[in-house]
Ligand binder design. Structure first.
Ligand code: 13P
Length: 247
């Protein structure tokens, strides 16, 4: 039985005091929820959020470098995230791939580095609208999964969280239908099964992301392969995010 996991990706939003205020409120609002709840805040807020000693809300980062340390101006190492109480890290978000040129090879290095350091990667995959229209969604997503998991041992693979985020549904208000999301997520699970066998594939949690709101979460969560959501815009408001957590 997979425990659902709802994660908020705040992207480049919220100052440290704003983040503290929101997380204090959220912790109270979602305290009695049975699902895993993660807030992926900007780097600058992580240490203050960790100092709050929250128990229900787990902390995530939105990116990291794969190296332990070195001359990488502006980057953050996995150990630095561990140091401030972070447990999850988003890897390969489409905004990182598209705007900052992250390749599948780089994403794979980050996935492996996260695992080595005891961080849980939230690995994002997903297609553009053109790729969907050309019927390339399945092949593309399968390729992203295979490349991201290259060199990842079976025991470690079962701990990875995958997020299927169709790029055309991110920040557009246009959610994939629950059927569209389930179809691709089932394909992802089938690919994981080819790589690691059914037992491990069945243990891996796969989220949907892209315009998730209180109004569409129940329908998504009702699908057998959808284990949670990676929420952008709606995670910035405690009322909306807590309603999603309580789907
Ligand atoms: P929205 O929920 O704002 O569409 O963003 C989705 C996303 O990119 C989460 O990582």
């Amino acid at each position: 039985m997979r425990t659902p996991i709802i994660a908020g990706n705040w992207k480049m939003h919220k100052t440290m005091p704003e983040a503290v205020e929101v997380c204090r409120r959220l912790e109270e609002m979602v305290e009695d929820s049975a699902v895993d709840v993660v807030v992926c805040a900007p780097f600058t807020a992580l240490s203050a959020l960790s100092a709050l000693g929250l128990t229900k809300l787990k902390l995530g980062a939105q990116n990291m470098h794969f190296a332990d340390e070195g001359a990488f101006t502006g980057e953050i190492a996995p150990g630095m995230l561990i140091d401030v109480g972070v447990q999850y890290v988003i890897v390969g978000h489409s905004e990182r791939r598209e705007i900052f040129g992250e390749t599948d090879e780089l994403v794979n290095k980050k996935v492996r580095a996260a695992i080595t350091h005891g961080l849980t990667p939230i690995l994002c995959v997903g297609e553009t609208l053109d790729q969907r229209k050309e019927g390339k969604t399945e092949t593309l997503v399968q390729g992203q999964i295979r490349k991201a998991f290259a060199g990842v041992a079976p025991e470690a693979a079962s701990e990875v969280v995958v997020a299927y985020e169709p790029i055309w549904a991110i920040g557009t208000g246009e959610t994939a239908t629950a059927e569209q999301a389930e179809e691709v997520i089932a394909t992802i699970r089938a690919t994981l099964s080819e790589l690691y066998g059914t037992e491990i594939a069945e243990a891996i949690r796969i989220q949907y992301g892209g315009s998730v709101k209180p109004a569409n979460i129940s329908e998504l969560m009702a699908k057998p392969n959808i284990d949670g959501a990676l929420v952008g815009g709606a995670s910035l408001k405690p009322e909306d995010f807590s309603a999603i957590v309580k789907f």
